[in-house]
Design a protein around this ligand. Structure first.
Ligand code: ADP
Ligand code: MG
Ligand code: MG
Length: 853
C-alpha cells in the first residue's frame, strides 16, 4: 500500500488510511488501491481502462510474493477482498466483495489447507452470494430462500440460483472474478442510495470511488478468530477510553448486519489478552498520529490481529466539543485547531430542547430526522384542525403541500409518512425552525387514525416526535430544555460538566479571535437582555413596527384613517410616548452598545383587519339593514390601500416620504429616549436606519428631516443615520448612497427576494423542495446566502461604499446573519458585524471565530 492519508482525493479515504497504517508498520493485510481516476474513466467509457489490467497484475504479483501464496492456486489459494472507498466516507452506501478467488477446485484446497471444511465452504457460499448480488444484481431474497444445513449443499443451491438468475455459470476463473468485481465496485458509485446519500450530504457526484484490493484475513476460522469495530473515545459523549464491539468467529459484515450478538470490546481482554493489549496500543498510536478520535475495523485470525480500516470517526455534536477541548488539554492540538473542529451546526443541535430519553417509551417508529427539536401534541390529520385547535398539536400527513401551510404554522411539529430531507414538509419546517420528522414509511394514515403495525393512534391522542433522531413516541415524553442554553442564560455553571466546560472554553476563544462582531435582532428589552447574555455586542436590528402590535394597533389605525393634519398629528402624538418608552428599555438593556433602530418598514395595511373579514362584516350589516359603521370606514381604507404585490409596494422609506410626520415621530422618540437615558446616567448608543432605500435621493430627504428633528432634542447623544441595503439598486449605487449614509446594513432577506425575483412567502412551499431535489439549489437561498448572485451584490456594495466613505460601518441583519455558511461569507466579504435572532447569537459567535482561524 503506497501513499498516505493526505491523498484521499485519489486513493479514497479508506485507501489513503490503509496506506498510512501500512507506513506506520501496523499489521495491515497486503494489497493495493486503484485510483478514483480509473473509476471516473470506467464510468465515462463503461470499460476498465486499458493500462489498469496490467497494473493490477503487477501489484497482485507483489502481494503474492509478500504472502507466499498465489491467487488462483488450487491447493492454497490467495483470496482477495475488493472494497469501495471514496474521498468522503459514505458508510455502507457502496459495495465490497469478500473471498474473491474461490472456485469449485480451490475451495477443496482451502478446506484441506485450513483443515476446516465448514469454513472453506462457508466462505465460498458468501462469495457466490455477494458476487451475484453486486456484479449481477441477483436479488438477496433469491439466495435467502435457500436453507440447506450443510454449507456444501448450500453452495450447490446458491450456484443454481446464480445460474437461474444470470443465465450463466458462476465464473470459475479467479482473474475474471477479480475484474468483474472491480467493475461492479466502480459502478456502485452510482447506486441509487449512494447518489441520494451524496445529494443529502452535499458530496459532489463526480468524484468516483477508489477500489482497494487486499488479501483476505479470516475472522470466521473458529473461536480464536473474530472481528470487531472500535473507537478511541466514546463517539456519543467524547469520554476518554476505548469503546467498541467484538464478534467471535465471524466475518466483518456479520457485525454490521447485526445477525448475531456482539460483546463489548473490553471482553476481548479476557477472550484474547494478547490481541487486546496490542489493539489498545495501536489505538493509542492512531490517536496520536491522527490527533483525533479514530474509528477502527479489525479482524483476528487464529490469534493474529489485523487492521482493516481506520478513519477520523464521526461523533455526536456533544462529543465534538468535548473531544476538541480534551485534545487541547492534552496538549495535542491548539485552541485554533479545536475551533476548526466544531461547527455552528453542532452548537445549534446542542441548543435545541430534547426529550428525556430515560423517560421515553419504546418508539412507535423512526422516520427521517428533518428539522431538529422535540415536539409533543395531539394528533391532527389536516391543516384546518391544526389551525382550529387550542392545544398543542402534531400535524400528521402522508406528505404536505402548500395548502397545509397554515396548519404547519399552527402545529407544534410535523410528521409525514412520505418524503425525505428535501420534501415540502422538511424544507418548510426547517425554514420555520419547527420540529419535523418525515418519511416515516411504516405509518398508514386513515381519516381519523393512523396505524403503525398493530398500534392505532386516533386523532386527539398525544404523540411526541424527535426531529433530531426521527423517533416517534406514543404519549407525551418529558422535554428537557437544552443545558447549553441554560448555561448561556447563566442558570447552570460549567464547573464539573465536561460539555459545558468545553463549550465555554471554545466560545471564549472564538470571541477572542473573531474579527466579525455579532449583534442581535431584538425589539424588546427582554430579547435584548437575552441577546446580551448570549454574547451579542449590540442590536443590529430593532423592528419598530413590532411596537405597533397588540393594543397599539388601534393607534396606527387612527393614523391611517386620519383625514386631515390635525387628526394625523394627534395619532402620531399618541404613539410617540409609547415608542419612547420602548426605546428607553432597549437602550438600558444594551447600555454602552450600539442599538440600530429601523424606521417603520411594512405596508400600513398590515395594521388593518384583513379584507375578507371586513367584507363579511359589512355584508352582514347591510343584510340586516344596519349601518356598517366603523367596519365600513375600514373597508374603504383597506380597498384603497390594497396592493397586488405588497412586498414591492408602499413600504419602507416610501412610506416615510408619503405619510407626513411618521418618520419624524420615530426619530424624535429615539432622540428623547436617548436623552432620558443620558440624564439617568446611562450610555445609550442609538443609530437610525432607513429601510428599502433604492436611491440616494430618498435617503437625503429622510436624513435632512431627521437631522433637524435630532437638533431640536436637547441632551441627546450623537446619533448616526444609515441605511439598509436590500434593494438591488441600492447595492449597485452604494457609492452614491455612502455619500449620505454613515452605515450600511444588508437586509439579505429582501435582497435575496428582489435579486432572484421571487417572494419568499410564495415560493418556499411551492417549488423549493423540487429545486433542491433537482440540484438547482444546494440549499435554500433564504437559509444560506447565494454567494454567486446576492453575495456578489454584497461584495460590490461593500467595496463601492467603502471607496466613497472609508469609515463606513457595514453589517448584515437578514436571517443569514445566523447561518454558519453565510457567516463565513460575511467574514470573507469584510463586513464589520452580523446580526441575528438572540438564539442564533452563540452560533454566529462560534462561526465568526472559526472564520478567523
Ligand atoms: P464499508 O466501507 O461499507 O465499511 P468495507 O470495505 O470496510 O465496507 O468492508 C466491509 C467489511 O468487510 C469490513 O468491515 C471487514 O470486516 C470486511 N473485510 C473487508 N476487507 C477484508 C479483508 N481483506 N479481510 C477480511 N475482512 C475484510
Ligand atoms: Mg468499513
Ligand atoms: Mg427588508
Amino acid at each position: 500500500m503506497d501513499g498516505n492519508k493526505d491523498r484521499a482525493d485519489l486513493l479514497g479515504g479508506k485507501g489513503a488510511n490503509l496506506a498510512e497504517m501500512t507506513r506506520m508498520g501496523l499489521p495491515v493485510p497486503p494489497g493495493f488501491t486503484i485510483s478514483t481516476e480509473a473509476c471516473r474513466e470506467y464510468l465515462r467509457t463503461g470499460a476498465i481502462p486499458a493500462g489498469l489490467l496490467d497494473e493490477v497484475e503487477d501489484h497482485l504479483r507483489a502481494v503474492q510474493l509478500k504472502l507466499g501464496k498465489t491467487f488462483g492456486d488450487q491447493d492454497d489459494p490467495l483470496l482477495l477482498s475488493v472494497r469501495s472507498g471514496a474521498r468522503f466516507s459514505m458508510p455502507g452506501m457502496m459495495e465490497t466483495i469478500l473471498d474473491i478467488g474461490l472456485n469449485d477446485r480451490s475451495v477443496e484446497g482451502l478446506a484441506r489447507q485450513s483443515r476446516d471444511e465448514r469454513f472453506a465452504w462457508d466462505s465460498y457460499r458468501r462469495l457466490i452470494q455477494m458476487f451475484g448480488r453486486t456484479v449481477f444484481d441477483v436479488p438477496a431474497e433469491a439466495f435467502e430462500a435457500e436453507t440447506a444445513e450443510d454449507p456444501r449443499d448450500l453452495v450447490m443451491a446458491y450456484q443454481k440460483v446464480f445460474e437461474a438468475q444470470t443465465g450463466r455459470v458462476f465464473p470459475q476463473a479467479p482473474h475474471e472474478q477479480l475484474f468483474l468485481a472491480i467493475g461492479a465496485v466502480f459502478r456502485s458509485w452510482n447506486a441509487e442510495r449512494a447518489v441520494l446519500y451524496r445529494r443529502q450530504e452535499r458530496i459532489p457526484q463526480d468524484l468516483g470511488t477508489a477500489v482497494n484490493v487486499m488479501a483476505m484475513v479470516f475472522g470466521n476460522r473458529g473461536d480464536d478468530s473474530g472481528t470487531g469495530v472500535a473507537f478511541t473515545r466514546d463517539p456519543a459523549t467524547g469520554r476518554r477510553g476505548s469503546y467498541g464491539d467484538y464478534l467471535r468467529n465471524a466475518q466483518g459484515e456479520d457485525v454490521v448486519a447485526g445477525i448475531r450478538n456482539t460483546v463489548p470490546l473490553h471482553e476481548l481482554g479476557s477472550i484474547d489478552p494478547t490481541c487486546y493489549a496490542q489493539l489498545l496500543s495501536i489505538m493509542q498510536r492512531l490517536e496520536q498520529h491522527y490527533r483525533d478520535l479514530c474509528d477502527i475495523e479489525f479482524t483476528i485470525e487464529n490469534g493474529k490481529l489485523w487492521m482493516l480500516q481506520t478513519r477520523v470517526g464521526k461523533r455526536t455534536p456533544a462529543a465534538a466539543f468535548v473531544i476538541a477541548a480534551q485534545l487541547v488539554e492534552e496538549g495535542v492540538i491548539t485552541l485554533d485547531e479545536a475551533l476548526r473542529r466544531v461547527t455552528g451546526e453542532q452548537l445549534a443541535q446542542l441548543m435545541f430542547p430534547s426529550f428525556d430519553e430515560t423517560a421515553a417509551p419504546a418508539p412507535l417508529t423512526v422516520g427521517v430526522p428533518a428539522s431538529p427539536g422535540a415536539a409533543v401534541g395531539k394528533v391532527v390529520f389536516d391543516s384546518a384542525a391544526a389551525v382550529a385547535a387550542d392545544e398543542p398539536v402534531i400535524l400528521v400527513r402522508r406528505e404536505t403541500n402548500p395548502d397545509d401551510l397554515p396548519g404547519m404554522i399552527a402545529a407544534q411539529g410535523i410528521l409525514t409518512a412520505r418524503g425525505g430531507k428535501t420534501s415540502h414538509a422538511a424544507v418548510v419546517a426547517r425554514g420555520m425552525g419547527k420540529t419535523c420528522v418525515c418519511g416515516a414509511e411504516e405509518i398508514r394514515i386513515g381519516t381519523d387514525a393512523l396505524t403503525i403495525g398493530d398500534t392505532i393512534v386516533y386523532a386527539g391522542e398525544v404523540i411526541s416526535i424527535d426531529g433530531t433522531s426521527g423517533r416517534v413516541y406514543p404519549g407525551p415524553v418529558p422535554v428537557r430544555p437544552s443545558e447549553v442554553v441554560r448555561f448561556f442564560e447563566g442558570q447552570l455553571s460549567a464547573h464539573g460538566d465536561p460539555l459545558l466546560a468545553a463549550v465555554q472554553r471554545l466560545m471564549i476563544h472564538a470571541s477572542h479571535v473573531a474579527r466579525l462582531g455579532v449583534h442581535a435582532n431584538a425589539d424588546t428589552g427582554a430579547d435584548a437582555v437575552r441577546a446580551r447574555r448570549f454574547g451579542a455586542t449590540g442590536i443590529g436590528l430593532c423592528r419598530t413596527e413590532h411596537m405597533f402590535l397588540g393594543d397599539r394597533r388601534i393607534l396606527v389605525e387612527r393614523l391611517i384613517l386620519a383625514e386631515n393634519d390635525t387628526e394625523r398629528e394627534a395619532a402620531l402624538a399618541a404613539l410617540l410616548p409609547l415608542q419612547r418608552a420602548d426605546f428607553e428599555e432597549l437602550f438600558a438593556a444594551m447600555d454602552g452598545l450600539p442599538v440600530t433602530i429601523r424606521l417603520i418598514d411594512p405596508p400600513l395595511h398590515e395594521f388593518l383587519p384583513p379584507l375578507d373579514e371586513l367584507t363579511a362584516k359589512v355584508a352582514r350589516a347591510e343584510a340586516l339593514g344596519e349601518d356598517a359603521g366603523h367596519a365600513g370606514v375600514l373597508l374603504t381604507a383597506v380597498r384603497r390601500m390594497h396592493e397586488a404585490n405588497p412586498m414591492l409596494g408602499l413600504r419602507g422609506v416610501r412610506l416615510g416620504l408619503v405619510v407626513p410626520g411618521l418618520f419624524s415621530m420615530q426619530v424624535r422618540a429615539v432622540a428623547e429616549a436617548a436623552a432620558a437615558r443620558v440624564a439617568a446616567g446611562g450610555d445609550p448608543r442609538p443609530e437610525i436606519m432607513v429601510p428599502l432605500v433604492g436611491t440616494v435621493q430618498e435617503l437625503e430627504i429622510v436624513r435632512t428631516e431627521a437631522t433637524s428633528v435630532l437638533a431640536a432634542v436637547p441632551g441627546a447623544p450623537p446619533i448616526r443615520i444609515g441605511t439598509m441595503i436590500e434593494v438591488p439598486r441600492a447595492a449597485l449605487t452604494a457609492g452614491q448612497i455612502a455619500g449620505v449614509a454613515e452605515f450600511f446594513s444588508f437586509g439579505t432577506n429582501d435582497l435575496t427576494q428582489m435579486t432572484w425575483g421571487f417572494s419568499r412567502d410564495d415560493v418556499e412551499g411551492a417549488f423549493f423542495g423540487r429545486y433542491l431535489e433537482l440540484g438547482v439549489f444546494a440549499a435554500s437561498p433564504f437559509e444560506t446566502i447565494d454567494r454567486d448572485g446576492v453575495g456578489e451584490l454584497v461584495r460590490m456594495a461593500v467595496e463601492r461604499g467603502r471607496a466613497a466613505r472609508p469609515e463606513l460601518t457595514v453589517g448584515v441583519c437578514g436571517e443569514h446573519g445566523g447561518d454558519p455558511a453565510s457567516v463565513r461569507f460575511f467574514h470573507d466579504a469584510g463586513l464589520d458585524y452580523v446580526s441575528c435572532s438572540p438564539y442564533r447569537v452563540p452560533i454566529a459567535r462560534l462561526e465568526a471565530g472559526r472564520a478567523a482561524v
